[in-house]
Design a protein around this ligand. Structure first.
Ligand SMILES: [Zn+2]
Length: 160
């Protein structure tokens, strides 16, 4: 299935983030069957609360397409977008959002709230649960390893 292939690419980016010591979240943006933006969590690397996978992928797609508008684009992300990223998705006018694991701690697409059900213009179509088990497992394994390594405990574990 096409959407699973794109989610697999997002999972590869998530694992890259995990290998770099970041909470493993990856994101891919696709238009007309082509990947136009990719991103992964770089919060630690850039010491930036805003450096989520979706923000990086949106910036990359904006640059690649030469436009802040991402109409006709589908965004695939391994973890349900938070309010910041859901806001960026709305602002960029992304047409479709596919996410993997639900995030009951920070999710803004149903986990805690659903910004895409509110009365904003250009709300994207939403599909949750794409490769959900694999997406959850990447996160679970990361936090398990952090605990085993006696991690700093600075990143609260999402309740997933
Ligand atoms: Zn986010």
């Amino acid at each position: 299935m096409e959407q699973e292939n794109y989610m697999r690419r997002a999972l590869t980016l998530a694992r890259e983030a995990g290998d770099a010591g970041e909470v493993p979240v990856g994101c891919v943006i696709v238009r007309d069957g082509k990947v136009v933006g990719e991103g992964r969590n770089r919060r630690e690397e850039l010491t930036s609360a805003a450096s989520h996978a979706e923000m990086e992928a949106i910036a990359a797609a904006n640059e690649r397409l030469g436009s802040w508008r991402l109409e006709g684009c589908a965004l695939y992300v391994t973890l349900e977008p938070c309010p910041m990223c859901a806001g960026a998705i709305l602002n960029a006018r992304v047409s479709k959002v596919f996410y993997g694991a639900r995030d009951p701690a920070f999710g803004a697409c149903g986990g805690v709230t659903n910004l895409f059900m509110e009365d904003f213009p250009n709300r994207p179509a939403l599909v949750g649960g794409v490769l959900a088990e694999e997406c959850r497992e990447v996160l679970r394994a990361f936090f398990q390893k952090l605990r085993n390594d006696g991690g700093t405990g600075e990143s609260p574990e999402p309740k997933i």
